[in-house]
Design a protein. Structure first.
Length: 317
């Protein structure tokens, strides 16, 4: 699958710098509703009904969290959005389905929004920059909220015809796109309920849905969107970029490598975001394993020489 480098203003598929959004077809953004209501309901249910998870349910929660996170970071982000590597149609389909478990919207809509983010990063037209709010009282706090979750209420969807025409022509991705919400519900309810029932009957089913479904969803949304907010406000900036993207090391374990956000914005097509020595990147490690197994090809790894071209003196980080 060929994909343009959306980290470079000169290689985007569009011919103009004017942002284009189409009106949302939903009165209330589905992802925002799920984020604000269902995870909160999960925490409340766990507290009120004392739904203490068993070791098996804890393991299921962790597995579901990281499976959905890897689906987003490897499948949707480094694969579909930036074309950082190639793989077979079957593997691409499985990775796209795994991303649906995170319930962050449809894959095509997600990719289009992220490509628009890279084109207008921290400038007007960026759908979720904390720096689109630059005046008024508490503008930094309001900008943080906008980047974290508020942008989902803007009532517009990124134009997929403009930002994801390659995916609209991809039968593998479109097969998943049609039923993405069913895969999301399977990860939210069906799989946790089945595992919980096998462990401890109906009580186990309810407990597992609360923890591996609802509460897991809240944590995955929180850390995924922290990349939009904190990842453009706090942390180190070792690379020269045209935006305010930063590296936040403590987010790496929760985002499986997305915490090296400044490195990503410096070299958007790189399948490795932790570009410097000692920067652990779990998603990049999985892609490396895929290469060794022969299921990943054409990975666009950055050489040390190329990385050094945008690296600032340490005193300027």
């Amino acid at each position: 699958m060929e994909c343009a480098d959306y980290g470079d203003m000169t290689t985007v598929l569009v011919n103009t710098q004017t942002p284009t959004n189409s009106p949302s077809t939903f009165g209330v953004n589905v992802a925002t509703t799920m984020f604000l209501l269902l995870p909160v309901a999960g925490f409340a249910a766990a507290f009120i009904f004392s739904l203490t998870p068993s070791p098996a349910i804890i393991v299921t929660t962790v597995v579901m969290y990281y499976l959905s996170m890897f689906g987003i970071t490897i499948g949707w982000h480094r694969g579909l959005t930036h074309g950082g590597f190639r793989t077979s149609p079957r593997i691409r389909e499985l990775m796209t389905i795994a991303g649906c478990l995170a319930f962050q919207g449809s894959p095509v809509g997600w990719v289009a929004s992220h490509r628009q983010h890279h084109q207008f990063s921290d400038q007007p037209g960026d759908p979720h920059s904390p720096w689109t709010v630059r005046e008024g009282r508490f503008f930094r706090l309001r900008g943080f909220w906008h980047a974290q979750s508020g942008w989902l209420y803007d009532g517009v969807d990124t134009d997929t015809q403009r930002y994801a025409p390659d995916l609209l022509k991809d039968p593998v991705v479109m097969r998943v796109e049609r039923y993405w919400w069913l895969y999301g519900l399977a990860g939210l309810v069906v799989i946790p309920a089945a595992v919980g029932f096998l462990v401890d009957g109906w009580l186990g089913a309810v407990t597992c849905v609360v923890w591996a479904g609802l509460i897991r969803l809240g944590f995955s949304h929180f850390f995924a969107w922290m990349t939009n907010s904190a990842g453009h406000m706090f942390g180190l900036r070792p690379f020269r970029t045209r935006d305010n993207s930063t590296n936040i090391w403590w987010m790496v374990p929760f985002t499986v490598g997305e915490g090296w956000h400044n490195g990503h914005h410096a070299y958007a097509t790189s399948p490795r975001h932790g570009l410097l020595k000692g920067q652990l990147d779990p998603s990049a490690r999985v892609i490396r394993w895929g290469e060794r197994l022969g299921i990943v090809t054409g990975a666009k790894w950055m050489s040390d020489e190329k990385v050094a071209k945008k690296l600032k003196p340490r005193s300027e980080w």
